[in-house]
Design a protein around this ligand. Structure first.
Ligand code: GLA
Length: 383
């Protein structure tokens, strides 16, 4: 994490900070749109953070500021409600979670600084929630378990941002560690930190800088389709559903919902295969599984878009010869970012090629960078 971000957050506060919290965004290598289907996911925390510098202010109000965003005032003496400005709702939701645990939150001033691109499918909202929860731990002098904290933040997203998300983003932001993937079994909610430190490999994140309006409703609709499919198939969990089950219920599901179901079943299998490939050090296979995941998200789950498909295909056309092992869209979709697994030695030239080709085809300037797995939410001060 850059010290610049910490300095920016400190500088925006009118008094010396006594607590500073940081939480990262995430990228997902594989296991997309199956965290709410009892699947497995394989994200990691990226080296992009939201940092909050804060100090108590002897009042019953939280006074929040962030460069470029409207200030927010939150009354801590009453139950929390959705309010303006929009960005404050992530903070309100987390405050609500702590209050419901019985904590009395002291008034504080806080300044937020971020290097997580917003609306890019890299979980800036989870970073904001997890940074806020970590800040409140620091202000209250308490610690939740990582799981408790991640689930509290997920609930904030459900109740205050009205997005019925799964557990992946908040778990990745909370459990992330340097050089580790955060493999999550979304049925048992168990986390396994999987080493990912091969210096010959790099992960490139390419933000297309488009965010289609469909995104908000589209996510909830996809989730509903999977619930309808599971009910029609008659299983308690996707974990036991096979492609034969999907085929056998084809008539009841109808073409559209059947394709949604096929994505879920095949993506769970791909993610399990990816874990095996990783354990065997077979990165070529991991790359092939990422390519296949994109096709499934594009054709069966229909959460990709022209710009994501283009960015993925630019990377895939560079191919093995140019050091690319695999590429896919990452996150919720309908815009946002792609993730490319590649040889570290070629990463810079791959980034240049992707940027130039995407810009020429779309006239849109993308944001492309590589990131290694990084540390999850933590207190910078007191350290
Ligand atoms: C968003 C949600 C996650 C997950 C992904 C898709 O990021 O917040 O819970 O469902 O989309 O994999």
């Amino acid at each position: 994490m850059t010290n610049d971000l910490i300095s920016t957050a400190r500088a925006g506060l009118s008094r010396p900070a006594t607590v500073i919290a940081a939480a990262p965004g995430r990228v997902n290598l594989i296991g997309e749109h199956i965290d709410y289907c009892d699947g497995f996911v394989m994200p990691f925390a990226i080296d992009r953070y939201i940092v909050i510098a804060a100090a108590k202010n002897n009042s019953t109000q939280a006074r929040l500021s962030s460069a470029g965003l409207p200030d927010a005032l939150i009354d801590l003496s009453v139950p929390q409600m959705i309010s303006e400005p929009h960005w404050s709702n992530y903070v309100r939701g987390v405050i609500d979670g702590f209050q419901k645990l019985g904590h009395e939150i002291p008034g504080f001033d806080a300044c937020f600084a971020s290097s997580v691109p917003g609306g890019a499918g890299l979980s800036s909202s989870a970073a904001l929630e997890c940074a806020t929860a970590t800040l409140l731990e620091g202000l209250l002098g308490i610690s939740l378990t990582k799981k408790q904290k991640a689930l509290l933040c997920q609930k904030a997203e459900h109740d205050f941002a009205k997005v019925p998300c799964g557990i992946m983003d908040q778990f990745a932001s909370t459990f992330g560690e340097e050089n580790r993937l955060v493999m999550i079994d979304c049925q048992s909610e168990e986390v396994t930190l999987v080493p990912f430190e091969n210096p010959d490999l790099a992960v490139i994140i390419a933000n297309t800088n488009v965010h289609h309006q469909l995104s908000d409703g589209g996510y909830a609709i996809r989730r509903r389709h999977t619930e309808e499919a599971l009910a029609a198939i008659g299983h308690a969990s996707w974990r036991t559903v096979t492609m034969a089950d999907v085929e056998n219920h084809g008539d009841a599901l109808g073409d559209l919902v059947k394709r949604r179901a096929r994505h879920v079943v095949t993506e769970i299998a791909r993610t399990q295969a990816a874990a095996e490939a990783l354990a065997a050090g077979d990165f070529l296979q991991l790359g092939r599984l990422m390519d296949a995941s994109h096709i499934s998200l594009r054709d069966d789950f229909e959460v990709s878009c022209t710009e994501l498909d283009l960015m993925v295909s630019i990377a895939q056309q560079i191919g093995r010869a140019g050091g690319v092992l695999g590429a896919r869209m990452t996150g919720g979709g309908f815009g946002g970012s792609t993730v490319t697994l590649c040889e570290n030695a070629q990463a810079e030239s791959i980034i240049t090629t992707m940027r130039t080709a995407y810009r020429e085809a779309t006239q849109i300037e993308p944001e492309i960078f590589s990131s290694r797995p990084s540390r999850g939410a933590h207190l910078v001060l007191p350290g």
